[in-house]
Structures are given as C-alpha cells and as structure tokens.
Ligand binder design. Structure first.
Ligand code: GLN
Length: 451
C-alpha cells in the first residue's frame, strides 16, 4: 500500500486520481495486516484499489467528476465498494472519469483530461485512455493501483481497457448492485473491474457481485467462483463471429487483430462459426436515444436543493436554472437536451418507443446467435487510443467509438475486453468477448486462453 501511495503521489501528470486518500489507505492496510496475522486473509486482503468517482464512498467526496456534485460527501457507501472493503481491499483514492460517465475519452471531466500512460512509438503526443472509466484504466496500466472499479453503460469499462492494455469486464445486467453508484442510464449501467490480468478481474468481480435488496434490479442468483474458470480448457467451445461487426471503413489493423484472435481461439481448440446479428446497425442510434432519455430523468434530481452546488437566483426557478447551467458540463447538457426531446409528448413514439423496439430486436439477435454458439468474439473498439483533443469537438465522431460495445448493454449481456497485442505504433488493442446472460464464467475461461 505504501508503495502504491507513493506511486500515486508521483504520478500527478497523468491526472488519474482526483482525490487521494493515503491516510485511509494506510489504516485499511493495517487492518488487513491484522487479518493476515490471524491467518484469515482472502485474495483481496490488503489489495490497494482505485475507485471510480461514480461510486459513493462514505465520508469521502464523490463528484462523478462534475461541478454540480463538486462538494458532495456521501453519508453511505455503495454496495459494490462495501463488498470490496468487506473482503479486505484498501482504498487509494477516487479516480477521474468522464462527467457523469458520459463520454469515450475522459475529456468531459470537470477535473481535466486523463493522460494515457501509453505513447505511440517515437511520438510524444498525449493520448486518451478512453472513457468514461479513463482514470481507472490509466491507473491500472500505470501501476497506480492493483485494480480499479469502473462502470459501463455503453462501453466505459471495455473501451478504456482496450486503449490501455488492461482487462475489463462488464458483467450481466443485475450482477452488481447499482445502489450507491451515481446513476447515468439505469437500465444500462453496470459496475465491473478493470485489472491487469484475467484472474485479477475474476477475483474482483466475484467480490463486487451479489444480490442486494437495495437495488430492485439486482439478481438474486448465486455468484459462481469466477477465478476457478480462469485456466479451464476452452476446447470444443463454439465461438461466433458476427459478420455485421465488419463495419465499413474498419482499419486494416483492427481487421488483423480480429483474425489473430480467431486464430488463437482455433489453436486453443475452439470451433469458429459465422453468425449474424442483423440489427447491429441500429444499435448506436438506439443507444444514443435510450441512454440520454434515462439520463435526462436521472439528472433531474440535481436541483440545487438536495446535493452539491447551489447558485441562488431571484426565485426558485431561477435557482434551478442557474445551478444547472453552472453545474453541468457541455456533454451532460447535450444529453439532457437529447433526452428531454426524445421523451417529449410529440416525439416519444417516433424516437423513444422506436428505440425500445430496436433494443428488443438486438436482444433477439443475440438470443438466436447463442442457440448456435457459446460466446462471440469481436474487436473492442474501432481504433487504438486517439490523441487528446482529436475528437473532442465532434460528438458524433466520439459516439462512433462505441460501435462494438453498446449492443452488449442494450441486451444486458456480459462483455469483456482482453489485451491482444499492439498496433504498428506500439499502442495496445483489445478483443471483446460477449457471453450469454449470466455466463461470465465462460468469458473468464476464454479470456484466460487469449491472455
Ligand atoms: N461512451 C458512451 C457514452 O458516452 C458510454 C459511456 C459509458 O459506458 N458510461 O454514453
């Protein structure tokens, strides 16, 4: 823990942590030592972790990297982090992220950009670590924690993992409690880990998961022993390659990466099957209706009365307006506008209801594919990490980054990103494995085989 505390303090230029909690970390490490001395240590006892600032931490400022929650100190702990502390893990601090988890580059944070610890060969251009869990991914990649918590609404665990050469898994919707996690789009949001190895991710997810009566969408189903799946043979498993993910304009290096993954799984004894997910092309537009719609509703609670920032106006309405104008960043305002528009009386059927129908079709596509295969293999993202500022002024270009990841959230399925080597510039690339609902175990076995 001391080594990590020192490393975090020395790594300020990456801007991965927005709040360091060294005293708390050392206290927790001492408590972990006492448990170890009693011979009662588990795999997470004393493990120093970083926590995405979307998770409420009791007595420790939690902002979702927004100004509107700038001084919010929760009086309660999220279930996911409470589970990790129960198992002896240590908190190093709170990690940077896109504001309210809206973004794919960590550039919407009110605390500034996170810098990817990776650089292209012979280049000193600063790159994004991806988003929204950019701080989590950068901290893991730069050895500023052993592993980190993250959340994924449309790819925010998997894409940053791919951009930083780390392992990230978004479990089945309902595996991890959303209680105490600042809400973005409640029907899509899931917590999960970013870690250095598949085994670490399995240990983390096992601790983070489990039924929680405080979240009505939390699944009351036993959590399998995920670590026991790592290293299991994948011989005979059938792996689907969805042909619709071969999108137009996909860079040759992503095409090659995918082929490499296919070859590796063949060598490990898997059978490769082409499958079709015909509604894939509607996923991105459907996601960018459903997610902002839910966000606009969830963010209505930030009214200057109950949490964080208040900018007093001449009357109540003005106080609301001025608080929200000052407290929300540009991207968050864009989502609120899109969300209220698609939910408005005149457009509800044309956009929101249509998007829900598309969502259903996407789920049915997956269900049909999973009658034939055990898991799917795709690239995680359509490119390697891009330069900071490169897409910042073009929201649509930014949204296109999520093309391979949003389908998984719309269908509630588990998805995992595995590091799969580097591109011609020496930058990491990730492969995505998509599993059947509740079948994270198979993903851990396949991830172990690809690692
Ligand atoms: N990039 C996507 C968005 O901006 C996904 C974000 C996430 O998964 N939290 O909505």
């Amino acid at each position: 823990t001391q080594a990590h505390v020192d490393a975090v303090a020395a790594a300020k230029p990456l801007n991965a942590y927005i709040l360091e909690t060294p005293d708390k970390a050392l206290d927790m490490a001492k408590a972990a030592d006492a448990i170890r001395a009693k011979g009662e240590a588990g795999p997470l006892t004393g493990a120093p972790l970083g926590i995405k600032d979307l998770f409420c931490t009791e007595g420790v400022r939690t902002t979702a990297c927004s100004n509107i929650l700038g001084n919010f100190v929760p009086t309660y702990e999220s279930t996911v982090t409470a589970n990790l502390w129960r198992d002896g893990a240590v908190m190093l601090g709170k990690l940077n992220m896109d504001q309210f988890a809206m973004g794919s580059s960590n550039e919407t944070s009110a605390f500034g950009d996170v810098v990817n610890p990776w650089r292209g060969a012979g280049s000193d251009r600063k790159l994004t670590p991806g988003g929204s869990s950019g701080g989590s991914a950068a901290a893991v990649a730069a050895d500023l924690c052993l592993a980190a918590t993250a959340t994924d609404t449309g790819g925010s665990i998997r894409q940053p993992a791919a951009f930083t050469g780390t392992v990230g898994i978004k479990p089945t919707y309902g595996r991890c409690s959303r209680w105490g996690v600042v809400a973005f789009a409640s029907s899509l949001d899931q917590a999960g880990p970013i870690a250095k190895t598949v085994e670490d991710a399995a240990i983390m997810l096992k601790s983070m998961s489990g039924h929680d009566p405080k979240d009505s969408t939390s699944l009351d189903i036993a959590v399998p022993d995920y670590p026991s799946f790592v290293g299991k043979s994948v011989k005979g498993l059938r792996i689907g390659i969805p042909k619709e993910y071969r999108v137009e304009g996909m860079p040759a290096e992503i095409e090659q990466l995918w082929q490499k993954g296919i070859d590796w799984l063949k060598e490990a004894g898997c059978e490769i099957v082409e499958v079709s997910l015909p509604h894939t092309k509607y996923a991105l537009p459907a996601y960018y209706i459903v997610a902002p719609a839910e966000a606009s509703s969830n963010l209505a609670r930030y009214d200057g009365m109950r949490f964080g920032l208040r900018v007093d106006g001449a009357n109540l309405t003005e106080t609301y307006e001025q608080t929200r104008a000052a407290g929300f960043g540009e991207e968050v305002k864009r989502r609120i506008l899109i969300g209220t528009y698609v939910l408005s009386a005149g457009y509800y059927d044309a956009y929101y209801v249509k998007a829900l129908k598309v969502r259903r079709r996407i789920l049915e596509d997956f269900e049909q594919a999973f009658e034939k295969v055990d898991a799917l293999l795709t690239p995680t993202a359509p490119s390697a990490a891009f330069g900071l500022g490169e897409n910042a002024d073009d929201p649509v270009a930014m949204y296109l980054n999520d093309i391979f990841t949003v389908t998984v959230n719309l269908a509630g399925l588990p998805g995992m990103s595995i590091p799969a080597g580097v591109d011609a510039n020496g930058l990491p690339l990730g492969l995505q494995l998509i599993g059947k609902a509740l079948d994270e175990g198979t993903l851990f076995s396949l991830g172990g085989a690809l690692e």
